[in-house]
Write a protein that binds this ligand. Structure first.
Ligand code: PLP
Length: 258
């Protein structure tokens, strides 16, 4: 396997959003080529958390057709301004952050996919709401492959069972799996986690169980580890920093002008 250089995401030069989106696409294409994969099999989602609507619009104008939001409150605040783009089919929105069960009603009907399903209770609530509204909803099962306590997601040991249960629900459609890579400079460990997610996907897809036939997606890879993810079969990379630059640190210890 050829070594793929991993550019330092934080070192992304400032510049027009379109140029940085193009750079990310180049990275994805290079990684796909290096892995002998078709670049069209890897979609780009831009993670727009903390970004104002104008920045999201710039990304959509640059041809990005998939954005991800983390927080329900931020999602519902931004969506009205993006409604023309969404309704015209220029962009779809995924929820990529943790979803509390009591916020399900604010999400179903507004997003194409919830990537962060980590319990059957949440999946069943999403299913009931989607059925009640008569709207389609794709879901991914989020798996904590790095086993870091700080990360959301179901334990890998429980992931197949959860996915098979979600697949049996009527209104939501199981489309695959999502994970956040291990936070370590050890690329081997990061890749092992991504390979584990692929193994879970293959087990579920290969089970032939009812409702698993569309569970093809592997949402994995971010600004710092998308090469490793594409090498391990990612079908959807979620990129924020490489497009927008570093986010302000929580707590605001940033050298911002006042
Ligand atoms: C913020 C975020 C991303 C993007 O991360 P970057 O390192 O900024 O590219 C991807 N996935 C999730 C779930 C996120 O919260």
């Amino acid at each position: 396997m050829p070594a793929v250089p991993v550019p330092d995401a934080a070192a992304s030069a400032p510049g027009p959003v379109a140029a940085r989106v193009a750079r990310v696409r180049d990275r994805v294409a290079a990684a796909a080529r290096g892995a002998g994969r078709d670049v069209h099999d890897v979609r780009l989602l831009v993670a727009t958390k903390t970004q104002p609507v104008e920045a999201v619009r710039a990304v959509v104008a640059a041809g990005v057709d998939l954005i991800g939001e983390n927080r329900v409150q931020e999602l519902t605040a931004k969506l009205p301004a993006l409604a023309p783009e969404v309704e015209a089919g220029r962009v779809a929105v995924h929820l990529i952050g943790h979803l509390q069960s009591n916020k399900v009603n604010a999400v179903v009907g507004r997003v194409a996919c919830v990537e962060s399903v980590d319990s059957f209770a949440l999946a069943r609530r999403l299913d009931r709401r989607a059925a009640a509204l008569g709207v389609p909803l794709d879901v991914l099962v989020q798996v904590n492959v790095s086993r870091e306590a700080s990360k959301d997601g179901v334990d890998p040991a429980d992931a197949v069972e959860l996915a098979l249960a979600v697949a049996r629900l009527d209104a939501v459609r199981l489309r695959g799996f999502m994970t956040i890579g291990a936070r370590t400079p050890d690329v081997g460990r990061v890749r092992a986690g991504f390979a584990e997610l692929r193994g879970l996907r293959d087990a579920v897809l290969g089970s032939g169980a009812p409702g698993t036939e569309h569970a093809t997606e592997l949402s994995m890879g971010m600004s710092g580890d998308l090469e490793a993810a594409v090498a391990e079969g990612s079908t959807l990379v979620r990129v924020g920093t490489a497009v927008f630059g570093p986010r302000p640190a929580p707590g605001g210890a940033q050298n911002s002008a006042r």
